[in-house]
Design a protein around this ligand. Structure first.
Ligand SMILES: [Zn+2]
Ligand SMILES: [Zn+2]
Length: 256
């Protein structure tokens, strides 16, 4: 299975170690025809990207596009969900300037209110030891994600279920309806074949992402491909294997 893009890469703008230029150069070396820069939104505690930096990244990307003409360079993001209502930490005005938007649930974020923090952070920690909370937390996490993809144009949900439990079946059904792909994260070692099989049963589409935090890991998608194959996916299920027009706001594979 040959993938044409890696939509999930980080740089020094958050807690990655490389520059946009270095990520692009590795992507070219690995034969990708598109690379996405997808920084965390500002709500990640200690590692978030300043909102002002999105304009700087855009300038850098535009400059690099002039130099590297054999690859499509895209500016995306990995926004955080900061409330139970699915609000994001990057305002619409900035999202409109990006080539695509991804969202993820992360355990350490500044939430919109204390109440949201209690539900999204504290209860998620407590449920690890308190079985009575598990159902409630699962429902809350899933609902927050579904509201986020309902209220915003989201191309990909990153690493569903990482650290924060979700109802894969419910999320997959909503994602299919709303034109959002689910990620098979090749960087974290936790993604299971089972999760992919459940989501696939409901017709979900997937994006395989490296979640590279250093340039050398850009385009390292093999672990994701293996999971995809074991779950019985083929290229038509994967948005960076073939072009799937149903996925909202996903950039086309052609340069432009
Ligand atoms: Zn993430
Ligand atoms: Zn990431």
């Amino acid at each position: 299975m040959k993938l044409w893009a890696d939509f999930h890469t980080h740089t020094r703008y958050s807690h990655g170690t490389g520059t946009i230029k270095q990520n692009v150069e590795v992507a070219i070396k690995k034969g990708l025809s598109a690379i996405g820069i997808s920084e965390h939104g500002p709500a990640n505690i200690g590692i978030g990207t300043d909102l002002d930096d999105f304009a700087r990244m855009r300038d850098e990307v535009e400059y690099l596009k002039g130099i590297y003409q054999d690859i499509r360079i895209l500016l995306g993001c990995e926004a955080n969900i900061i409330s139970l209502d699915g609000d994001l930490d990057i305002p619409e005005k900035i999202l409109d300037q990006l080539d695509y938007t991804m969202v993820g649930l992360h355990p350490m974020v500044w939430t919109e209110s204390l109440r949201d923090g209690y539900h999204l952070l504290v209860e998620n920690m407590l449920q690890r030891r308190m079985d009575s909370l598990k159902e409630k937390v699962l429902r809350q996490n899933t609902l927050a994600l579904i509201r986020a993809i309902k209220n915003h144009k989201i191309a990909v949900i990153t690493h569903p279920g990482l650290h924060l439990p979700i109802d894969t079946a419910a999320l997959a059904q909503a994602a299919v309806k709303l034109g959002t792909a689910l990620e098979i994260n090749a960087g974290h070692g936790y993604m299971t074949v089972e999760y992919v099989k459940i989501a696939k049963k409901y017709g979900a589409r997937f994006a395989i992402g490296s979640d590279a935090h250093r340039p050398a890991d850009v385009g390292n998608l093999r672990r994701g491909i293996e999971i995809a194959k074991k779950a019985g996916l083929n290229e038509n299920d994967i948005i960076n294997a073939v072009w799937i027009p149903e996925i909202s706001s996903l950039p086309t594979p052609q340069r432009g």
